[in-house]
Design a protein. Structure first.
Ligand code: SIN
Length: 196
C-alpha cells in the first residue's frame, strides 16, 4: 500500500490539504476517544501496513519536558493492521480542524495520507489523513520492556492529565469497539497491576 506525506495529497501542499472535498481523518490513539473537533460522521476503520505502539514520548500532554510520558504512534510494518476510528470532516472546516490538530499533535507527529477500509462496510476503501510520529522525530522513545513502559506510564502526567488515563481510556475505547490490541491490553494490565 502506498503511503505518502500530505505534501503530495492530493495536490502539492506543504501546509493544509488543498482539497475542497469532505475529508476523512483516521485516529488510532487519543483521537479515538477524544476527537475534540466537529465531524459529519464517524466509522470504525482499519489501515494496513502499520502497527500501534506506545513508543512516542509525550512532553506536552501526558508528561513534562523533563519527564515525558508514553503515547501511541504507528510503526511501519508490512504485515501490520491497525484498527481505529475514521471521522469525516466537512470541506469548509478542514482549515480549522487541521490547524487545531497540527497544534494538538505538534510533539513529533506529521500528517500522512493513507487508504483506509471501513470495518462495517465491506470493500469500501477511502483516502484519509492521519497523524504519525515517525521514528526519527525528536520525541521518539522507541521500544522498552513492558515493565519499563508500564512504570513510565504509571509515573507520568502532564497538562492533559495522567498518562495512565490516556492508556486506560484508549484500552476501554478499543474494547467498546471490539478491537483487540495485545500491545495496548498487556500494557494496561501491567500498569493496573502496579497500582493494586
Ligand atoms: C491519534 O490518536 O490518531 C494520534 C495519536 C494521539 O493523539 O494519541
Amino acid at each position: 500500500m502506498s503511503v505518502e506525506t500530505l505534501s503530495t495529497f492530493p495536490q502539492a501542499c506543504n501546509n493544509l490539504p488543498a482539497t475542497k472535498e469532505d475529508t476523512w481523518v483516521f485516529g488510532y490513539g487519543s483521537l479515538i476517544w477524544r476527537p475534540s473537533f466537529k465531524y459529519i460522521e464517524k466509522r470504525p476503520a482499519r489501515i494496513q501496513g502499520w502497527t500501534r505502539r506506545f513508543w512516542q514520548g509525550s512532553h506536552d500532554h501526558r508528561g513534562l519536558p523533563t519527564a515525558p510520558g508514553r503515547v501511541v504512534t504507528l510503526i511501519e510494518d508490512p504485515s501490520g493492521l491497525c484498527d481505529g476510528m475514521a471521522y469525516l470532516l466537512a470541506a469548509e472546516t478542514l482549515n480549522d480542524v487541521f490547524e487545531h490538530l497540527d497544534y494538538r499533535e505538534k510533539n513529533g507527529y506529521e500528517r500522512f495520507a493513507i487508504q483506509l477500509q471501513f470495518l462495517e462496510i465491506e470493500h469500501k476503501a477511502e483516502r484519509a489523513v492521519m497523524y504519525v510520529a515517525p521514528i526519527d522525530n525528536h520525541a521518539y522513545l522507541g521500544p522498552a520492556s513492558l515493565e519499563k513502559m508500564a512504570a513510565q506510564i504509571q509515573g507520568s502526567s502532564g497538562p492533559s492529565g495522567s498518562n495512565k488515563d490516556y492508556l486506560t481510556e484508549l484500552a476501554s475505547a478499543l474494547r467498546d469497539m471490539k478491537i483487540h490490541d495485545q500491545h495496548v491490553f498487556e500494557l494496561e494490565d501491567a500498569v493496573l497491576s502496579l497500582s493494586r
